[in-house]
Write a protein of this length. Structure first.
Length: 615
């Protein structure tokens, strides 16, 4: 008996489906691509239970006759490729002939289609990839494909699907790529019977405003660069509009959405030192290139491509962004600082060391009082002031750090045996700040180094967790001027899931019409003018950590702590450093931030002696 066997078609189809269809969003992507290739001018996407129970794509495109409709569900059947030479000039979105049979093999599928110029179409019903019924009926030209009970016959895969909000966000992410690339198409999006989006044909600029909002559009600069037969055009954001995630980054090749880390890196590099590494620029870039210079047949999902000369294209993106960020349109009057590129070179570092450690130079004593001490906390209305709250927006703006004081920890024998008595005694210790990032102090065995950002993050995290774990809400500070904010659809869906937690930690948010909200109060400690940004960053953090092991309330606490903690680079006085260290050692877990990063590093005398060749 031979050991090698040819797999039955039903098993082979399910395996192949795993390459193309991994969640409802994959089905939506493939069906919308087919509708666009059929030259549809109107496409409606209807979703039920985030695509788990229903996915329906309705188009007014070219349609199919009965014979083509049945052939479309045969593996590797396509109208886009006739011979091998066609692989070098692909301009359609779909061409592999795998999508429809893959989807049909893991669902109960129905297709209604009628070719243009006819009023008689066909209805096919498929189950598990096989045609179960067919009939002719009167139809309008176009195609409607209905997918029900996705993964009904592959329960293991269905069990891997996430919460409805998560799956819906993945669908929106896929649809947004089409919305931006095809502004001439009328798109509608319906979920659970509610129309969430209706986008009539528009110009590129108008479509961007409809998909995002006016503020997003106002923060963009137009980009255009040409080289030989290649044209790059699109939009990049102002540096101050960078976000905490890479969600709003879109690269298109001949209007096909692609993922290419090298080109995204080129855009990031184009900003130079204008964007910190923890933030991501937002951009929409369209690359037009002759199809023979690119291979789109690299991956079943068609999201990855291979360029004949990616290095040239990398520099095309880099050059376009550099020109944009130096234009008056994006940063009025801004010019890159001369010599910035050699700031961190070995030569510059050697010069700095020689300057700072020249013979005769003496180390300055640390300041006796802080320039920016941690002020007393601002109290919620009706609570004792205990040191005073900010009395005006100007006062509030000066109070960079505001949070309730935490009780000092009582010493315990366990801590003493652990060596906690080796930690700095803040009532006596002198602190230094290094590069406005690390706090250093002497301990019995050497030096202790504390990362000021993650230390404050740990303090805020545990404080918020306490409020989330009891009936009392965290104190709020009312805004003198409430902020109105229109949320993107995917942001609004996350907000709807977490709004009760947001209220618990001190946000006062009123929902207006559509996806517009008004921020009327924020947790004590949020800097004036940063209210909307903090809310968006909490939403981003929550979405990005959807798959983590943290509970919902822990993600909210971690998000607020991360986004509202003092930053690396903020100058602190001695009193501020002392207060921060005191509160850090009052927490339950002072050694690690909520994400697991270390807060404290020690450098003992033995290690120092080893560095100086004493031992």
């Amino acid at each position: 008996m031979p050991k090698i066997k040819v797999l039955p078609s039903n098993i082979a189809n399910k395996i192949a489906a795993g390459e193309v269809v991994d969640r409802p969003a994959s089905v939506v992507k493939e069906l919308v691509e087919n509708a666009i290739d059929a030259e549809a001018g109107q496409i409606t996407v209807v979703i039920g239970q985030a695509g788990k129970e229903l996915i329906q794509v309705i188009d007014n495109g070219a349609g199919m006759d009965e014979e083509d409709a049945e052939l479309a569900f045969q593996r590797h059947a396509t109208s886009k490729i006739a011979d091998v030479r066609d692989l070098d000039r692909i301009l359609t979105l779909g061409f592999r002939g795998e999508a429809l049979p893959s989807i049909a093999s893991v669902s109960r599928l129905e297709v209604k289609t009628c070719p243009r110029g006819s009023d008689v179409g066909v209805l096919l019903k498929l189950e598990g990839g096989s045609v179960a019924a067919r009939e002719k009926l009167a139809l309008k030209p176009g195609t409607t494909i209905t997918v029900k009970n996705l993964f009904y016959n592959t329960p293991a895969r269905r069990n891997f699907l996430r919460a409805d909000t998560t799956e819906l966000n993945h669908i929106l992410k896929e649809l947004k790529r089409f919305f931006l690339a095809y502004p001439e198409i009328h798109f509608s999006f319906i979920h659970n019977g509610e129309e969430l989006l209706n986008l009539p044909p528009a110009s590129q600029d108008e479509r961007i405003i409809r998909v995002f909002d006016q503020k997003f559009y106002d923060g963009l600069a137009y980009v255009r660069e040409e080289l030989n037969e290649m044209v790059l055009e699109g939009y990049v954001c102002r540096p101050d509009q960078a976000r905490g995630n890479s969600a709003n980054q879109f690269i298109y090749l001949n209007r096909r959405a692609i993922i290419n880390r090298n080109l995204a890196h080129a855009i990031f590099q184009g900003y130079g030192n204008l964007i910190e590494r923890s933030r991501y620029p937002q951009f929409i870039m369209f690359l037009h290139i002759p199809p023979q210079f690119v291979d789109v047949n690299v991956h079943p999902t068609k999201m990855e491509v291979r360029f004949a000369n990616e290095r040239v294209i990398y520099h095309l993106f880099l050059s376009a962004v550099r020109k944009a960020i130096q234009s008056k349109e994006i940063i009025p009057g801004f010019a890159l600082r001369a010599g910035a590129e050699r700031e961190h070179s070995p030569e510059a570092q050697r010069e700095e060391i020689q300057r700072q450690f020249s013979p005769g130079i003496t180390f300055p004593r640390p300041p006796l009082s802080g320039d920016e001490p941690f002020p007393p906390p601002e109290r919620a209305p009706g609570q004792p002031t205990g040191g005073g709250a900010a009395k005006s927006p100007k006062d509030a703006a000066q109070m960079a750090f505001r949070y309730e004081s935490l009780p000092a920890p009582a010493p315990s024998p366990e801590k003493s045996r652990d060596g906690a008595d080796n930690l700095p005694q803040t009532s006596q210790a002198i602190f230094w700040q290094v590069h406005n990032r690390y706090i250093i102090s002497q301990i019995k065995s050497g030096l202790v180094i504390i990362d000021q950002h993650v230390a404050h993050e740990r303090i805020l995290y545990e404080e918020i967790l306490r409020y989330l774990g009891n009936e009392r809400n965290a104190p709020s500070q009312q805004l003198l001027f409430p902020q109105t904010l229109e949320l993107a659809l995917e942001d609004y869906l996350v907000y709807s899931d977490i709004k009760d937690w947001l209220h618990k930690i001190g946000f006062g948010i009123t929902e207006l019409s559509g996806r517009t909200v008004m921020i009327e109060a924020v947790p004590v400690g949020v800097k004036v003018g940063k209210e909307a940004r903090i809310l968006i960053e909490i939403i981003d953090f929550y979405r990005e950590n959807e798959g983590s092991k943290m509970a919902a309330h822990e993600k909210i606490a971690a998000a607020f702590a991360c986004k509202n903690a003092i930053k690396s680079g903020e100058k602190l006085g001695v009193e501020a450093m002392s207060s921060l260290v005191n509160q850090l050692f009052a927490t339950k877990e002072p050694y690690f931030c909520p994400h697991g990063r270390p807060v404290i590093v020690t450098l003992d005398l033995e290690e120092l002696d080893r560095k100086f060749k004493r031992i």
